[in-house]
Design a protein around this ligand. Structure first.
Ligand code: GLN
Length: 481
């Protein structure tokens, strides 16, 4: 591919204007995947690529545009995290359990992308069942960070983030339960959005922790990630948790600037463990926001320090229940050579799941078990309510958006944390709160530390994605100046 990879916004404009075809655009993307993704030194962002299907779909988009149907994402090649169901490629969840699983239906988010003229080129790597922060728990090998192939891309949506960062696709879908879009976006130097809980249908997103899971979007700019979010948002009769609120109008917000908005800066997100160089980049970003006309206010979210323990009770508890369905009977693999039903369950789950998934199932089953349920699960739910109330108070007090670092450090080395789950969980310290509080959050690049990208996070009140992307676009412009 020559020059800078094209943005979603540019592609749509030029396809609408007839200056380029969807087919050429998709071919360019497939070519970039061939050049950078495979082999020993490849990034390994993709688990499967559908060249034939993508070209066919692109031709259909070109025909539609020629006959006057100009979809909001006409001709945009997209990658889809492999825990989101598609009709044409397998949906493996990065697990041996579902290695050959072919979904009989398509996720609502994917269907909406296709209806808008986007073309799915492939499915991306992830931590097994989205459990992880580095994409190293994938049963099919890790994804590498395009900025430094010896480092992780983050996770669990590491494949989608790396594919976008490497210019293989302009945008992608990921999923979030506790930071899995924002954390890899920060590590890979791109924009990632986790919408409000209930903003995007979960139909066809393989369940991890149902009270936290949301589909999110990646792009190299705020506009690109927002363009996808606009299309996939809104109620869905197939998912009762997709709230009955209209899809937000985001793109016109991007030019509105930040003048007069109140930006809260919570002291709990600048702890001593935060890499001093990331702290400095955050202070610079806050200064830029002030220069652009924002009112900066110190705020406090006092229950932040309970977020990791709360999340790591609730998410595994829900996961232990959701993953009970993978037992060799209905979905995916079935262990051979065992005779009783019990033995099929046991052997299939022993062989099919990797260590991290087993760890979560055991933790979650324990937290839900008779005698411990009150001490762990119920108590975690109460603390979750306190964390949500912290945000409620700040927003009720007139704060429009909150600014924090996305992660406490930049991308770590491959293999560095695999044997220390607790250290791995700490990579989520600034991101799990938004999932617990059901509010929208976004990560955008704010600079580099030794050549590795660092992310800044913006959070807004529930359903206020519009103000969040408006502030993010203003910061993105201010950082470019
Ligand atoms: N790293 C977190 C976890 O392992 C987040 C996962 C996610 O958001 N899917 O649970």
């Amino acid at each position: 591919m020559s020059g800078e990879p094209r943005s979603v916004v540019e592609i749509v404009e030029s396809v609408h204007a007839g200056r380029r075809t969807a087919l050429d655009t998709v071919r360019e993307s497939l070519e970039a995947i061939r050049a950078r993704d495979g082999g020993e030194d490849g990034i390994h962002a993709f688990l499967s690529v559908d060249a034939e299907g993508a070209e066919e779909a692109a031709r259909a988009v070109d025909d539609a545009v020629a006959s006057g149907r100009r979809g909001a994402l006409a001709g945009v090649p997209v990658a889809v995290k492999d825990n989101i169901c598609t009709l044409r490629l397998p949906t493996t969840c990065g697990s041996k359990m579902l290695e050959h699983f072919q979904s009989p239906y398509e996720a609502t988010a994917v269907a909406r992308l296709r209806e808008a003229g986007a073309v799915v080129v492939g499915k991306t790597n992830l931590d097994e069942f989205a459990m992880g922060s580095s994409t190293e728990s994938s049963a099919f090998g890790p994804t590498r960070n395009p900025h430094d192939l010896t480092r992780v891309a983050g996770g669990s949506s590491g494949g989608s983030a790396a594919a976008v960062a490497a210019g293989m696709v302009p945008a992608a879908l990921g999923s979030e339960t506790g930071g899995s879009v924002r954390q890899p976006a920060a590590y890979c130097g791109i924009v990632g959005i986790k919408p409000s809980y209930g903003r995007v249908s979960r139909y066809g997103l393989v369940a991890f922790a149902s009270s936290l899971d949301q589909v999110g979007t990646f792009g190299r700019t705020v506009a690109d990630a927002a363009a996808l979010l606009e299309v996939i948002s809104g109620p869905d009769p197939r998912d009762s948790t997709a709230a009955n609120v209209p899809a937000p109008v985001l793109l016109p917000e991007l030019e509105n600037g930040i003048e007069g908005l109140v930006v809260g800066v919570p002291k709990e997100y600048f702890p001593p463990e935060l890499d001093e160089r990331i702290a400095r980049l955050c202070r610079d970003a806050i200064e830029r926001l002030r220069e652009a006309g924002a009112v900066i206010r110190d705020v406090s979210l006092p229950h932040t320090r309970y977020a990791i323990p709360t999340y790591y009770v609730i998410a595994p508890a829900e996961a232990s229940s959701n993953l009970a369905r993978f037992d060799g009977v209905r979905y995916g693999m079935r262990a051979e050579g065992v005779d009783s039903t019990e033995a099929v369950y046991e052997a299939t789950r022993s062989l099919g799941f990797g260590d991290e998934v087993k760890r979560r199932i055991m933790l979650g089953t324990y937290a839900l078990s008779a005698g411990f349920h009150d001490q762990y699960y119920v108590r975690a739910q109460r603390v979750r309510a306190l964390i949500a109330r912290d945000f409620r108070r700040v927003f009720d007090d007139g704060v429009d958006v909150i600014f924090t670092p996305t992660t406490p450090s930049v991308a770590f080395g491959l293999g560095e944390k695999v044997d220390d789950p607790y250290q791995m969980y700490l990579a989520d310290i600034f991101t799990v709160t938004a999932n617990l509080a059901a509010i929208p959050a976004l990560s955008l690049p704010i600079g580099t530390v030794d050549g590795l990208p660092a992310g800044g996070q913006l959070l807004a009140d529930r359903w206020d994605e519009a103000t969040m992307v408006r502030a993010a676009a203003a910061l993105e412009r201010a950082l470019k100046e």
